[in-house]
Design a binder for this molecule. Sequence first.
Ligand SMILES: [Zn+2]
Ligand SMILES: [Zn+2]
Length: 846
Amino acid sequence: MTGLWPHQYEAADLAFRGRNVIISTGTASGKSLAYLTPAVAACLDGGTVLYLTPTKALAADQLRSLRELRITQLRAATFDGDTPFEERTWVRQHANYVLTNPDMLHRSILPRHSQWSSFFRRLRLVVVDECHGYRGVFGSHVAQILRRLRRACARYHSHPTFILASATASEPGVFGRRLTGLEMDEVTVDASPKGATTFALWEPPLTELRGEGGAPVRRTATAEAADLLADLVLADVRTLAFVRSRRGAETVALTARAKLADVAFSLPYTPTHTGPATDAKTGSTANPPAHPTTTTHTEATHAQTTPTPAPPTDPRTGSTPDTPALATHAEATYTGAALPPEPPADVSATADPGTPSDPETTADAHPGRPRERGDQPSTQPGQPPSSLTWAIPEQAETDFNDLADLPNKIAAYRAGYLAEDRRLLEKALREGTIMGLATTNALELGVDVSGLDAVLIAGWPGTRASFWQQAGRAGRDGQDALAVLIARDDPLDTYLVHHPEALFGRPVEAIVLDPDNPYVLGPHLCAAAAEIPLTEDDLPIFGPTTAKVLEDLVAEGMLRKRPAGWFWTKRERATDLADIRGGGGNPIQVVESSTGRLLGSVDEPSAHTTVHTGAIYLHQGETFLVELLDLEAGVALVSSANPDYTTFARDITDISILSTERSQPLGTGTLHFGEVEVTRQVVSYLKRRLQSGESLGDEPLELPPRTLRTRAVWWTLPASAVAPLAEAGIDLGGAAHAAEHASIGLLPLFATCDRWDIGGVSTELHADTGLLTVFVYDGHEGGAGFAERGYARATDWLTATREAILSCECERGCPSCIQSPKCGNGNEPLDKRGAIRLLNILLSPQ
Ligand SMILES: [Zn+2]
Ligand SMILES: [Zn+2]
């Protein structure tokens, strides 16, 4: 293997010398070569290698590339839920390169370590690929699984070297140490060649439409992305659009295709021309449409900077005197065969901030991720090829065919496609039969597309790290590229398009995890004791809180303490205690009542808000009405429906302070961090008309309260500081509520989480503090490290929060600043001016 880049060589060399290393560089920087070199060498030398990825799809891809090396001594095999039992024995006994995931390690390999003894005995190298995915609670679980792995290896007298591969992250060495518990060198300089990338920050304009509380509604990021995608494809620019939800990606592709169909059908010589191309834009299609608030910024860290590359003029369209223009009302003129299942994004966005199946817009008061389990690539079976939303067009023979084929140049992609389909798609992109692709970040799982000219990012992807990763897809063979971030209706997006300095020249986020979380550690100590009884010598491996957690486990009767150590004596499987990807509780199955068809599952915390009786539930673009939620049976029965309203769950939330761990003054107020108990009960749901947003009234619900013990950051202001505001007519409750919403929206800028990982409570007068108090808490049992990060970065975080509210040009609050898509109180009361005043007090020097 020759021709390694210096960063690849450095990482490989460290691993050769037995040093643990994390390589943290951008997309397409060839990280795999850095670990493949020492890994193959270990196998040739009689050793074994364990390769871990978060998903089965990625392991399958890696296996394919290993087999392509055609090295006979390399006996690589995947070991996951799909591996047939008869093959498992072969893998255990003969494979020397085993590709698996943390779930399999946790549930199958470690509990049966004795069957793997010959593999463990020779284990030289553990590769942890795509390890930036191991953040928050999931990351904390993986950290403990890796500690159990180290302990199992020690039993067989092997001490493998760990090599971690991560997307760009801040302080990767610190993260690597937290993840593995081992000293870790870091390699971060990416020496692969890159052209200059021009960045555009794009804020969609406000529309005439009105949303909750009469707030103005922006044109949606998906509608803008569809326009840009169509424009760029028409200009022969190979473009990838990242859209947050699967449904959003499909909408973008369908809308952009419809626009291209208009272009094709509106040409004079098109025989099937059926209607007038209304509202045609007249600008040249080679330039993106003019826009009210667009900032372009050329990333300074690249070798050179260039102005926005003018996309080459399409020879086909450029030859006609009147450039075919894009119709802006796709639904009015589109006559193609495959009509979009929904109205185009810009119309469906009229009044409601979203539809309940969209992860980013669900009206879900629970901070736990409301995603369906069915969406997870690792658990979703491959889709049959017939379900693909793209087709490889025949080679065009004439100009006319070429134009008629235009819509087929745009496709949508989502997780779950079979490997062959992914290869077909890669080929189509490479050859230019597909020029535009809309996708969720599922694309990160196994499609190799690097030859792109432009990347559109519809909605902030959550972290600077994933922003760079997605933007890094643009730029083929060192050529210049374009990346556009299109803001959604969200305080964080608003802040970023108004503050490019928060994006550029800033380090990416650190990856946050908390392996010492007792709710994570406890179950893994039980699993570890079941594998090999725990002794005093094991305590340092599992961290400083181990002794205390063991004591609690013994008191609860989970473990037995004997002179030789701690033992698991129960009949149950100890590994069942840890729900490593979990939203907690048992998932609720969503079943179509007339057919018994299983549509998917929703984790239990989310079920109260998304599939309560009477809820409108969306599944893959289809609308269902929930007839009955039976929590005891774990089933939600639904039937196909087409109502003209949508539903939003309302809840009552109480929070009480269990202990205050840290406090510090902040302006005239005080900031705290500690343990809290959150009790929330979904009490009713609101029906709202789809197009107008008009309220159709509340329906009561009877659901049990749920409690969550977690960690929170909270701030208080003394009565003397807020009294003048009340006198000035400010609604203190509304002001605190607005500040809470906006601060939840901005925390992801400082901690690697998204707003669904955290929740908040605000009150003019809290029983435990006796003061105006705003809480922001981790939405996971025991905490996940996010609130703690907020405490550590409070001044920056709350300053950014104030800036986001100030930056928004709306008058009294909108989804871009203080409204929250998951508010349990229907975004009432909110006081925008008051929120700024409160934050001013909090941020003023004492
Ligand atoms: Zn606003
Ligand atoms: Zn709220």
